[in-house]
Write a protein that binds this ligand. Structure first.
Ligand code: PMP
Length: 438
């Protein structure tokens, strides 16, 4: 019994094998910059920016101070028929970062809430313009859109959906875009754009006029980083335009500089109608998410309100929580003052060199990457889908935190990482993934 460890019976950890965890706990006690420390004081490099959220690194005093100030000024306000100035200020700042015209913001507390809110906003929009028959949602195999009921319905990751089918809505799925010939492609693959034709097929099958929205992660993150083939997002956009379908980019991972621009929509020069975001919205330190909606979509919904009734019967007790808004504003200040998105773009070359330097290791069967986001596909072991968690435990013991998913690792350090930090993370990856017996 380790005196530094707490009693672990009561907290049921999410997405965790709790039996295994209690045998071999992985506990963080402190964090600063791109480092965590265990209760014993052992240093663990953070190779996944927490869970792709701490873009500016851990322990940012500017955010802590802003949170403290806000707590002591206005700690809470409801946002049903009431508001606080800080939320308008935050929304305006976000509007300035978003693609032109996608500048109406609805706030929630998690990426999952943003996705579910986006589903309802899309339905309200179609109803407002007399298109209530648009009730079908399209997503993709391997997609992750959170774990609330909308996100579970849209999910393309089998384990996240399979046992919950009875209470999900009936979304239809396109194929993902990964193909065998893309193996070890750095950046956008040259082939695979034709998979956008799946959307055309679904429009023919169900009638394009019945489809409400298509949800796409511009880079599919949680499955292990699938970068969109050249021309793919453009084709999806064109088909949505042809059939009047709303295009939602779920940028919960790709937002806030991860790809090189503020949003992947800008990086890939394809403009959706709706963008969901969370994680780095507050540098990950206060739970918050947002749905950014095209101006004319919000106008249609507002104009359709009857009398003085709310136009959208949806919202959360903690929507636009003033403390989260203050944290978000402080995070955006850091991103601007440190030119963090530009820094991430500049660091990407070194980062991807490090990733693609792992190519010939015995455990590595594919590498994918764009910007500051990379997937390392591992040779499957005896139990398919378990190699990632075996590797992430070994990496933790060797001093590196990375997120595992199935037989893959998602490597995505904070945008403030130094090249020496990336090198050290690369050394640990090379050592552990170089073990043929892993
Ligand atoms: N959408 C995407 C694309 C995500 O990657 C995630 C989280 N990894 C979510 C939604 C859900 O976010 P949360 O865990 O904050 O609910």
């Amino acid at each position: 019994m380790n005196a530094l460890l707490p009693k672990m019976d009561h907290h049921w950890l999410p997405f965790t094998n709790n039996r295994l965890f209690r045998q071999e706990p992985q506990i963080f006690a402190r964090a600063e910059g791109v480092r965590y420390w265990t209760p014993e004081g052992r240093e663990i490099l953070d190779g996944s920016a927490g869970l792709f959220c701490c873009a500016a690194g851990h322990g940012r005093r500017e955010i802590a101070d802003a949170v403290h100030r806000q707590l002591m000024t206005l700690d809470y306000t409801p946002h049903f028929q009431r508001a606080a100035n800080v939320s308008f200020e935050f929304a305006e700042r976000l509007a300035g970062l978003l693609p032109e015209g996608i500048d109406r913001l609805f706030f929630g507390n998690s990426g999952s809430e943003a996705v579910d809110s986006a589903v309802k906003i899309v339905l309200a929009y179609h109803k407002a313009r007399g298109q209530s028959q648009r009730t079908r949602f399209v997503s993709r195999n391997w997609a992750y859109h959170g774990v609330n009921m909308g996100g579970t319905s849209l999910a393309g990751m089998v384990n996240n959906r399979r046992d919950f089918g009875a209470v999900t809505f009936d979304a239809v799925h396109m194929r993902h875009t990964w193909t065998e010939e893309q193996r070890f492609t750095r950046g956008q693959p040259d082939t695979g754009a034709d998979r956008a034709d799946d959307l055309e097929d679904l429009c023919r099958l169900y009638g394009g006029e019945t489809i409400a929205a298509v949800f796409i992660e511009p880079i599919a993150g949680s499955i292990g980083t699938i970068v969109p083939p050249k021309g793919y997002l453009e084709k999806i956009r064109a088909i949505c335009d042809r059939y009047g379908i709303v295009l939602v980019f779920d940028e919960v991972i790709t937002g806030f500089g991860r790809t090189g621009a503020a949003f992947a929509a800008q990086e890939f020069a394809v403009t959706p109608d709706v963008i969901t975001m969370a994680k780095a919205l507050t540098n990950g330190v206060i739970p918050m998410s947002a749905v950014a909606v095209k101006r004319e979509m919000q106008a249609a919904v507002i104009d359709a309100a009857e009398g003085d009734r709310p136009e959208l019967f949806h919202g959360y007790t903690y929507s636009a929580h003033p403390v989260a808004c203050a944290a978000g504003l402080a995070a955006l200040d850091i991103y601007r003052d440190e030119d963090l998105f530009g820094r991430g773009k500049a660091l990407s070359g070194h980062f991807l060199d490090t990733v693609f330097g792992l190519r010939n290791l015995p455990q590595v069967v594919d590498l994918r990457g764009y910007g500051m986001l990379a997937g390392i596909q591992l040779k499957p072991g005896a139990t398919p889908g378990a190699k990632g968690s075996i590797a992430q435990r070994r990496l933790f013991d060797a001093g590196l935190h990375v997120k595992a998913t199935g037989d893959a690792l998602i490597f995505a350090p904070a945008l403030v990482a130094g090249t020496d930090d990336i090198d050290r993370m690369g050394d640990i990856l090379r050592r552990i993934l170089g073990d043929a017996d892993l």
